[in-house]
Design a protein around this ligand. Structure first.
Ligand SMILES: [Zn+2]
Length: 109
């Protein structure tokens, strides 16, 4: 066993635990694929009757997918079928149109 060097310097064990970021649960945007905290995102919600709407509050019941609060990501999710993958169902064009409209309306409030 080589004990050389154990007497010089001290280990900075007291730093343990300091500066560790608090763990924030991250969600992945189905548009751009970026990981962000829930409060920076909006949910796209699939309710029990399979209708799809936006949930800005994150409090509605149902299966949700997350998107950045950005029209770009909404359009990207449409293009890359991120929502389809999340919900395991095909999503008609008019649903995307409705989501985009809902988002645009929600923005101006
Ligand atoms: Zn995004």
């Amino acid at each position: 066993m080589n004990l050389r060097g154990t007497s010089k310097g001290r280990f900075e064990t007291e730093r343990h635990g300091i500066g560790m970021a608090k763990k924030i649960p991250l969600r992945q945007c189905v548009g751009c694929g970026e990981m962000k905290s829930k409060k920076e995102m909006m949910r796209v919600l699939k309710s029990e009757d399979s209708s799809i709407c936006l949930d800005f509050t994150g409090k509605k019941n149902g299966r949700g997918a997350y998107l950045c609060k950005s029209m770009t990501c909404l359009k990207q999710a449409r293009k890359n079928k991120g929502l389809e993958r999340s919900f395991k169902m095909s999503i008609p064009e008019q649903v995307y149109d409705a989501l985009e409209k809902e988002f645009a309306d929600g923005e101006t409030e």
